[in-house]
Structures are given as C-alpha cells and as structure tokens.
Write a protein that binds this ligand. Sequence first.
Ligand SMILES: [Zn+2]
Ligand SMILES: [Zn+2]
Length: 344
Amino acid sequence: MKAAVLEQWKSISLRQVRDPEPADGEALVRVGLTGICGSDLHIFNGDIPIARTPVIPGHEFMGSIAALRGPSPAELAVGQRVAVHPLVSCGACVACRRGHPHVCAELVVIGVNRDGAFAEYVSVPSERLIPLDDDMPDEVAALAEPFAVGYHACRRAALGAGERLLVIGGGPIGLFAAMVARRLGAVDIAVTEPVAARRDFIESHGFRAFDPLQASCLSDLSAFSAGEGFDVVLETSGVDAGIDAAVAAAAPRARVVSLGFPAEKFARYNVTLGIMKELSFIGSRVYPREEFCDTLRLLSETLRAGEIAFDRLVMDVRGLDDLERSILGVADGEARGKILIRPT
Ligand SMILES: [Zn+2]
Ligand SMILES: [Zn+2]
C-alpha cells in the first residue's frame, strides 16, 4: 500500500510499504479521510515525548472496515463505515484499573507511537471502531477527534447550560470546543486569539473573538461578561500569558481547564488570584471512548440543527502527495479550517 512514513524527525517519505496485518481482535480499516492537526507538526519535529520513528502518522480519521480478524464486537461488519477512537490502553495500570484508560501510563496513540492513517490501510483493535450512521458525512466524521478533545474538556469542567464560557486560543481545538460548549448550552462565549485571520474565522462562526495582545483585552472581556467573569475557562494555548488571562478573566469559583500543552512544561501565572477566587484547576487529556461516541451523537444533532457550517470547517481535501507541505503549513491552514487527506 501507499503510505507516508516519518522515517526520522523532520523527514517524511511517501512510499510503498507492506499492507498492515491485523492481529487477532484487530480490524483492517481502509482509510477514508484523515485530518491534519497541530500535533502532526509536533510529531514531525520530534517534540512529542511518546512519539517514535519510524511511524506512519495520522490520528484523526474515518474509513471503512476491510477485514476483521478473530473476535470482534457483534455490531461490526466488513464494508461498514467507521470512526476510530485512536487510543490503546494497557488495562493494568492504576488509571486503567480505576476506569480511566485514556490516561493510561502506557498509552498508545494510533498515529503517534503506533502506525496511523496517512496510508491506504491501518490496522486497529476492533473495539476502537465506532460504526457511523448513514447520514453522517465522511468529512464530519473525520473531524470527530478534535471535537472530542473539546467535548471532554467541557465534561471535565462539568459545563452546564447558561454558564459563561471563555476559550483561550482560537485554533481548531479552541473553536471546536466553543462549538461543543454552545451545543451544551454555554452562553456569552468569548474566544481570545492573537492571529487576526483566525479571529475573523471564529467570528464568522458566531463567536466573539478578542485580541489578547490588545492592552484593553481583559477589561473588554470583563465588560463582555457583564463584569461577572466567566464560569468556565478552557485554556488551549499553553502559554503563560494565556493561563494568566484565564485566571484573571475567571469568575469567583470558576473552573479553569488546561488542555493546551505548554512548550516548557511549567507555567507562570497569578496563583494568588487563583486562591483569592477559589478557582478549580483541571487538566484535560484526549477523551474516553464513551465521550468519543457522545461527540459523534452531538455532531449529528448539530448537523440536523444546521448549527455548525461544517463545509467551511474543511479548508481543503488533498492527496497523500501533499502531506508534508500540508503539515508544514498547518498553522496557516488552521486559520481557515482543517486540511483533510484522502489517502486512497
Ligand atoms: Zn489531532
Ligand atoms: Zn493502563
């Protein structure tokens, strides 16, 4: 099959490789569409600790079942269209035993430290497959992964209807999280984003965008929240200034959820203010399988309601030949939507 192989950091080559051979309990998936995201650039550069080479990247994908080997869930059949929950857990560590396999100590992420979907075929454990409804378009299913990241962050915050929401960072994760939160009933949703093209894109989807580099940003956010602050803040930027702004703009006893990894692991922000307001600081990492399924249901609802302009969320669909260029240009592309790769 044709596959894009990351041979070593910063070196991806498109070549013929042997088709993956599913083990017992695994499925061979014919890849339909695979999204490119910021983590693909970090994987390409060697900045993600669990990543390894050689590897075929690609963790946001949908496709159809080409073969099932050994025991598999009864709901699955060859030919069926599926989304893929791309996490494989050990089942034995503390997190797994306590029912949180998505924070497994030995977590394997398909497309990060196991071959993924920038290829014609990928083999995955059958239990990771989620059958798609007939009315779910391929393009929307391929966006389920980054939407699930936002959904999990909202769940971690226990976001309730009528709560004010601030999202720090307006890349696809921030924008999709805002869309999920709107569906879950959040109100007065604001997004901070320094890149003007992204702010325009965010506003075109019905949210208020603020420039964090403007001196008036915090007072503008305060005014937007009627002087009360935000009940939930989702921090997707990972930069000190973003976390500090999250603390400053939060309402008393708000929940501040970190889902953007900082470049340097540690961050500086106003801890005193965090104590004075009694803020809850929460970490959010990927998503459990149930919430990935919930996300697909939520996307179906928003489709029916016509609430999200999905056609404008996908900037371009390209072939595998365009992968390296697309990964290197991901920051630019994300200002106008996601790039999807169609490997076959
Ligand atoms: Zn991703
Ligand atoms: Zn585990």
